[in-house]
Design a protein around this ligand. Structure first.
Ligand code: RUB
Length: 327
């Protein structure tokens, strides 16, 4: 089946991290479905559903960790699948694809605003915050607190090896927030100056563990040691229903060439370079999860999952399974 180059480009941009961050990845996947529905030349509903399934596969094969990706795909394909099962005609299936994808994007934008408002209530005037990587949810909280007139200061880690911290530093300083950029390994050194840590999430497990940019769990450990509050800002579509079924969240390993260059590898053939790009922070190190459904302790994650996916989680996750098992 032929796809619009735009869909393949979105997939490639996610793989190569031109599109990155769990929120943006999920919204871009939704955009890919809109492009698919608008450009599909399927002659009948079965062809259309095959195409939908293939687009899902292309997107799922880009990056494995951000649960927002399968959740956005599931949000859209589940609705289209339901309509297909009812015998709805092709034109309407296309409309449902577009409406569902737009609804996902709209919900996602609203969620970030609500997270900003709720999270900002936990930030006090004069707080010194620390954030890691580049999370739109964490930034939403910081920006909102700042816009509400709280004089805050933010320590931002560089975030080796891709330096996403520079993006965060630029964004926050451009609106007037006082930013101090530090190297990742300086976090414990500065923890005594920090009032609260706030980070985003790529995935939240049923037990409240959070998967986020590599180094997050070390920051949580340092915060725990120094009795500094550790907050995670995450939309509910980052919660992983598969973890209720006993599955683990896959931690992406990227190329060693993001860490060292080729000549280093050639000159040091006995050196192995590993580049896991996310890690797991256990719920014991997390004080609060700030979601658009409310500010909750990590232990309440299971309630969010049940509310989002109902009590028949085995059935609601099948759309992803169908896609994967077809491979
Ligand atoms: C990004 C990262 C972000 C989360 C949350 O990693 O770890 O903290 O995705 O971001 P990468 P957001 O740069 O490897 O994609 O709140 O924007 O979803």
């Amino acid at each position: 089946m032929k796809y619009s180059n735009e869909i393949l480009r979105i997939a490639d941009d996610i793989r190569t991290m031109r599109i990155r961050g769990a929120t943006e990845i999920a919204r871009s996947a939704a955009k890919a479905f809109i492009i698919f529905a608008e450009s599909s030349t399927a002659r009948n509903v079965d062809d259309y559903m095959d195409g939908l399934n293939e687009v899902s596969k292309i997107l799922l094969n880009t990056r494995p960790t951000a649960v927002s990706l399968p959740n956005s795909i599931r949000f859209i394909t589940y609705r289209v699948m339901e309509a297909y099962r009812k015998g709805i005609e092709l034109k309407i299936l296309k409309d449902i694809t577009i409406t569902s994808a737009n609804l996902f994007i709209e919900n996602s934008l609203k969620a970030l605003d609500v997270i900003g408002e709720l999270g900002a209530r936990r930030i006090k005037d004069g707080d010194v915050l620390l954030t890691h990587c580049n999370s739109s949810a964490a930034i939403s909280v910081i920006k909102t607190a700042y816009k509400h007139g709280k004089k805050i200061e933010v320590y931002v880690t560089e975030t080796r090896p891709r330096f996403q911290g520079y993006l965060t530093a630029k964004t926050l300083s451009s609106i007037g927030v006082k930013v101090t950029l530090i190297i990742d390994s300086a976090v414990r050194h500065f923890m005594k100056d920090i009032d609260k840590v706030i980070v985003g999430a790529d995935a939240v497990a049923a037990n409240g563990a959070v998967v986020n940019k590599i180094g997050t769990s070390l920051i949580a450990l340092a915060a725990h040691e120094a009795r500094v509050r550790f907050f995670v800002a995450a939309e509910t579509y980052k919660f992983s229903p598969e973890t209720i079924l006993g599955e683990l969240i896959e931690i992406e390993e990227r190329s060693p060439l993001e860490v060292v260059d080729n000549s280093f590898l050639r000159e040091n053939i006995n050196v192995k370079v590993k580049n896991p790009v996310f890690d797991v922070t256990p719920p014991e190190y997390i004080d609060l999860l700030i979601t658009e459904k409310g500010v909750i302790p990590p232990q309440a994650s299971i309630l969010i999952l049940r509310e989002e996916f109902g009590w028949i989680i085995g059935e609601t996750v099948t759309s992803r399974k169908i896609v994967e098992e077809d491979d």
